[in-house]
Design a protein around this ligand. Structure first.
Ligand SMILES: C[S@@+](CC[C@H](N)C(=O)[O-])C[C@H]1O[C@@H](n2cnc3c(N)ncnc32)[C@H](O)[C@@H]1O
Length: 292
């Protein structure tokens, strides 16, 4: 099977073997892989794959009941949104920023835990490409089964090694480029993270509450991680109406806090800490940091 990156090539027309997306008049989205003789059954009628193959992307097509659909080439975001899930999955806005902050690109070896439904796994596998690799740890077998199925559906199984186990027992890999945790208590595993990451590698984590972030910050300090960043990504959509351009009525106000840090040598840690120590009150007042 063609993998996800090969499945959305730079062609202008739909072709057999490629992923395609059909969007109904009510914005219901269907993701399919075009196959000779295949059919998509929807509550608004049936569409034959053979009728779609060869059409330019962006075409209007009709089911056997006459319902209209638009044929589009799906993106990684479309794939993530359509994914079968058993767990909370990471939002695309967070995944996108994680890729940038952790320098995830072709050829990198990345560890993640837990696999969950495999949304982040899919994005990581897509980004590291054929020459990179993702190792995904998960403690619950049924979760990992679903994540592995989602990855296989996208033809990327060769890029991912799934390992069943509790990360409390540590990671088997050493010298990896980046490691991301999406587990409730990452602060319990920072020593294990340090052992697996290469010096100066990229650590990242997502947590829903500030209480958990506080525990994580203390653990990162204990394990001498430097350049610690805590942030969240807020995304607000607008109604794309040129006459009445305004934000949509609802937004997802909070998904999680993102925390990033780098393991450095003890010496570098102490020096970075000293540089960041709060300035003496007189000096700080001059800089406007302290209220008199
Ligand atoms: C929120 S889900 C991860 C979702 C995933 N990032 C995604 O985007 O689909 C958290 C997963 O971590 C797993 N988990 C929790 N503690 C773990 C541990 N100590 N070791 C390995 N996996 C763990 C849970 O079983 C669960 O499947």
């Amino acid at each position: 099977m063609m993998n996800l990156s090969d499945s959305t090539p730079t062609t202008c027309n739909a072709a057999a073997g490629y992923l395609a997306q059909l969007i109904s008049a009510t914005n219901k989205r269907f993701l399919l892989r075009l196959e000779a003789g295949g059919e998509l059954h929807t509550h608004r009628g049936i569409l034959k794959h053979d009728d779609l193959v060869g059409l330019p992307w962006g075409s209007r097509v009709y089911s056997h009941l006459g319902s209209p659909f638009t044929l589009l080439q799906p993106s990684l975001l479309d794939v993530l949104q359509e994914m079968k899930r058993n767990t909370q999955i990471m939002y695309a806005k967070d995944i996108g920023f994680v890729m940038m902050m952790m320098d995830i690109h072709p050829g990198k070896h990345v560890i993640e835990a837990g696999s969950g439904s495999g949304a982040l796994t899919t994005a990581l596998a897509f980004m590291v490409g054929e020459k990179g690799h993702v190792t995904s740890y998960e403690v619950r077998a049924e979760m990992q089964k679903l994540a592995a199925k989602n990855i296989a559906r996208m033809g990327m199984s060769e890029r991912v090694t799934f390992k069943l186990g509790d990360i409390e027992n540590g990671f088997e890999e050493r010298g990896v480029d980046a490691l991301f945790l999406d587990v409730p208590n990452p602060y319990d595993y920072i020593a294990q993270v340090r052992a697996a990451l290469k010096p100066g590698g990229f650590f990242g984590c997502i947590l829903p509450t500030t209480n958990q972030v506080q525990l994580l910050l203390m653990a990162l300090h204990r394990e001498k991680f430097a350049f610690v960043e805590v942030c969240e990504v807020m995304l607000r959509y607008y109604k794309a109406n040129p006459q009445r351009l305004r934000p949509t009525d609802r937004m997802v106000a909070h998904t999680g806090f993102l925390i990033f840090a780098r393991p450095v040598t003890a010496e570098a840690f102490e020096e970075e800490k000293a540089e960041k120590e709060p300035a003496a009150p007189a000096e700080a007042a001059e800089e406007g940091d302290v209220k008199e």
